[in-house]
Design a protein around this ligand. Structure first.
Ligand SMILES: NC(=O)c1ccc[n+]([C@@H]2O[C@H](COP(=O)([O-])OP(=O)(O)OC[C@H]3O[C@@H](n4cnc5c(N)ncnc54)[C@H](OP(=O)(O)O)[C@@H]3O)[C@@H](O)[C@H]2O)c1
Length: 245
């Protein structure tokens, strides 16, 4: 799969998005790479080959996203949009900078909404739109706060879009467990089942080629957190209270 496909990756300058770009390009897709860091994006595009394109944007800034969409329209209809851009600032609730918290909402949640509005007109009929949630959005864990709350919102948004856009856009949800990127390097705890970005990229590409709405991995870890949603609060909250540091 992937030969002759065009895939727009938002959040492609680092981490999982960069690994996805490399893997998809290696499988024969043309990738359109988006993020805010011009140098990183351009050198990635050049390294991947002349058919790959860097389009700068900030998902929290609708004008920059609309300008990027106009540029992408010129490249022809695309097969998949994979939206990964996100920010993370772990800490205890009283220590979190409210300005940074508002930026996290703008990037993670409002940014996903902007992409959901812009992507359908760029996709070929039946093309795919994948939003990125997280296991952090399944259940509120201590010190997850604003990041986890935005990811719960992204999960909800993807569920809504799956029904609303049915028959027109193949909406998917990506829910990674822990992946070793600059984002998780800020965590000060041991991360169970942590994967390399390269392994995460293979799981995502293979999952998006399948039929399931949600692509979640590593399975053993994600199922454990999903279990918290199924049991009564008096048990789940007792369990999560033990994680307070
Ligand atoms: N790593 C994990 O363990 C993990 C677990 C669960 C879910 N996830 C999710 O997976 C996705 C990728 O995470 P990652 O770990 O690969 O993070 P990362 O290494 O920090 O990469 C994030 C990417 O998003 C881009 N980005 C951030 N803000 C942006 C903005 N305003 N506009 C456009 N691009 C922006 C960044 O590029 P610029 O800074 O150049 O803009 C970068 O390319 C995120 O949605 C994250 O929540 C990650």
């Amino acid at each position: 799969m992937a030969n002759d496909e065009t895939v727009w990756i938002i959040g492609a300058s680092d981490g999982i998005g960069e690994a996805l770009a490399r893997e998809w390009a290696a499988r024969g897709a043309r990738v359109i790479l988006s993020a805010r860091s011009e140098e990183k994006l351009k050198s990635l595009a050049v390294g991947l080959g002349p058919e790959h394109v860097a389009v700068l944007l900030d998902v929290a800034d609708r004008e920059s996203l609309d300008a990027a969409a106009r540029r992408i329209t010129e490249l022809g209809p695309i097969d998949r949009v994979v939206h990964l851009a996100a920010a993370y600032d772990p800490g205890k609730i009283v220590e979190i900078d409210p300005v940074k918290a508002a930026q996290i909402v703008s990037i993670n949640l409002t940014g996903s909404f902007h992409i959901a509005q812009v992507a359908p007109s760029l996709l070929r009929e039946g093309g795919q739109l994948a939003l990125c949630g997280s296991v952090a959005g399944y259940f509120g864990l201590p010190q997850g706060q604003i990041y986890s709350a935005t990811k719960a919102g992204v999960i909800n948004l993807a569920e809504s879009l799956r029904s609303e856009l049915k028959d027109k856009v193949d909406v998917r949800l990506i829910s990674p467990g822990f992946v070793d990127t600059r984002l998780t390097r800020r965590n000060n705890f041991e991360m169970p089942g942590i994967l390399t970005p390269e392994k995460a990229a293979v799981a995502i590409i293979d999952g998006l080629a399948g039929k399931r709405f949600e692509i979640h991995f590593p399975w053993r870890f994600t199922m454990g957190i999903k279990f918290l949603q199924l049991i009564p609060y008096w048990i789940s909250l007792r369990l999560t209270r033990r994680l307070v540091q």
